[in-house]
Design a protein around this ligand. Structure first.
Ligand SMILES: *[C@@H]1O[C@H](CO)[C@@H](O)[C@H](O)[C@H]1NC(C)=O
Ligand SMILES: *[C@@H]1O[C@H](CO)[C@@H](O)[C@H](O)[C@H]1NC(C)=O
Ligand SMILES: *[C@@H]1O[C@H](CO)[C@@H](O)[C@H](O)[C@H]1NC(C)=O
Ligand SMILES: *[C@@H]1O[C@H](CO)[C@@H](O)[C@H](O)[C@H]1NC(C)=O
Ligand SMILES: *[C@@H]1O[C@H](CO)[C@@H](O)[C@H](O)[C@H]1NC(C)=O
Length: 404
């Protein structure tokens, strides 16, 4: 069995050509990892490293990689893509990176929300755009899914959170509302968890803004366990490294909050920069990304990794294991599909692994794609800084009704 299976995979994975029994979808291409196991010259880290341009395998071009953005590294990716995956640029800005983080679905209105925050100097706005929340209609997105570039056809609406959420960076659905992890700003706007009403007047309420009287560092990403419904969130020090928060007062760790009792506990530590967080279907595992290489400038010997823990029945984490190390920049947002495959937003799009950590494929945007989200069925909205992408797949997101 095993040898038949690997023969089939080898037959399929001929560079860029469809071969074997399964046909590649029109927007997909196969990438044979054997083709770059031996290179004529291998550059040093000074010449080529995690922060350089995306990896371009031999005999591919960056344009060619973009034209067929679904890159099949393992034939199991074809089941995720289905026969006709689509890929669309929904919106584009000349310079302002408004499609940055915290992509989240609001199911009742079938809208996707996302944010811009102060972390990115490219905005050129200083801290003036540190609380910009936007939304799009997914009905509009669905209407243009056959086209490559639908810029101008989908309305991007800014939403005035009130009171304003300072530097929102992570979001999840929570009891019919949207729950944001906010990095805070300066010494007086402490990082906090905010609940936002997803409809007019977009009023907000602070759920938690301290750990026994101490400010968090700069809260980054957030999720809810599907069974115990506790809120789990990460707290790295990007506020300090991006010069909008004072010196940190806590180690970089992952917290857990019980909204019934108010209990705040530490779920995990030992990270350089804990960032994205996602539970597997049913909540048996948790995946946490560590974007350590961007702790203070570029430190290439720190993690650019995804770790997995087993979640105990009592909601505590055990058995930390290294799940994946990213080939292009850092793993930022992380989410699972309904079968437990793991997706992370990285330096050139969204990479997808099976639960054993085997890279199955990439949704290639060619640019930093910090976060993304399944927004019902196989629809995926991907934030690419100055471009917003929409993909439709056969895979379905791991979305839990109790959270929606
Ligand atoms: C790249 O193309 C050249 C020229 O066609 C060919 O000789 C070489 O085997 C190809 N390399 C790979 C890794 O496919
Ligand atoms: C990483 O690679 C880029 C070139 O792509 C280079 O400019 C930079 O200095 C390298 N960084 C390190 C820390 O080696
Ligand atoms: C930020 O806003 C202030 C107050 O409106 C303005 O004076 C300043 O020029 C703005 N800075 C940038 C970089 O846009
Ligand atoms: C998409 O279309 C817009 C509007 O015509 C254009 O400004 C933009 O350059 C296009 N983007 C790409 C990647 O082709
Ligand atoms: C928004 O305001 C309404 C009306 O006062 C209130 O019932 C609701 O709880 C508020 N929602 C949030 C998230 O603050």
């Amino acid at each position: 069995m095993a040898s038949l299976r690997s023969f089939a995979a080898a037959a399929l994975l001929v560079n860029g050509v469809h071969a074997g029994k399964r046909t590649l979808p029109a927007l997909a291409q196969a990438i044979n990892q054997k083709s770059f196991n031996v290179l004529a010259t291998v550059p040093t880290a000074e010449e080529y490293n995690a922060s350089s341009a995306p990896w371009i395998p031999q005999n591919f071009t960056s344009q060619g990689l973009l034209e067929k953005p679904f890159h099949v590294y393992d034939d199991a990716f074809l089941d995720i893509l289905g026969p006709n995956p689509t890929f669309t640029i929904l919106a584009q800005t000349p310079k302002d990176p408004i499609f940055h983080e915290a992509v989240v679905w609001y199911k009742p209105n079938d809208e996707a929300f996302f944010v811009q925050n102060a972390g990115n100097a490219d905005a050129g706005t200083g801290l003036n755009k540190s609380a910009a929340i936007f939304k799009i209609s997914l009905k509009q997105a669905d209407a243009v899914k056959g086209s490559w570039n639908a810029t101008g056809k989908v309305t991007v609406t800014q939403v005035p959170s009130n009171p304003e959420i300072p530097n929102p960076n992570g979001a999840t659905q929570y009891k019919g509302q949207l729950l944001f992890a906010a990095e805070g700003q300066g010494p007086n706007k402490a990082p906090a968890l905010y609940v936002m009403n997803p409809v007019v007047p977009y009023n907000t309420t602070v759920l938690l803004n301290n750990y026994f009287g101490r400010q968090f560092n700069s809260l980054n990403d957030i999720t809810v366990h599907p069974k115990n419904l506790d809120i789990y969130f990460t707290d790295p020090t990007y506020g300090e490294s991006n010069n909008f928060r004072p010196a940190p007062g806590l180690q970089n760790q992952v917290y857990r909050y019980n909204d019934k009792t108010g209990a705040v506990t530490v779920a995990a530590d030992g990270f350089a920069m804990p960032n994205g967080i996602a539970f597997s279907p049913g909540g048996k595992y948790v995946y946490i990304t560590d974007t350590g290489i961007w702790r203070h400038g570029l430190e290439l010997t720190l993690p650019s990794s995804i770790y997995r823990y087993t979640v105990q029945d009592d909601g505590t984490f055990e058995n930390r294991k290294t799940f994946a190390f990213i080939d292009t920049n850092i793993p930022d947002g992380v989410h699972c599909d309904s079968k437990g495959n793991v997706y992370a937003g990285v330096g050139d799009g969204v990479h997808v692994w099976n639960p054993s950590g085997t890279l199955l494929g990439k949704i290639y945007t060619g640019r930093t794609s910090a976060n993304f989200q399944f927004v019902g069925g196989g629809r995926v909205v991907i934030g690419g800084e100055t471009q917003l992408f929409y993909a439709t797949l056969a895979a379905e997101g791991n979305l839990v009704d109790s959270q929606l």
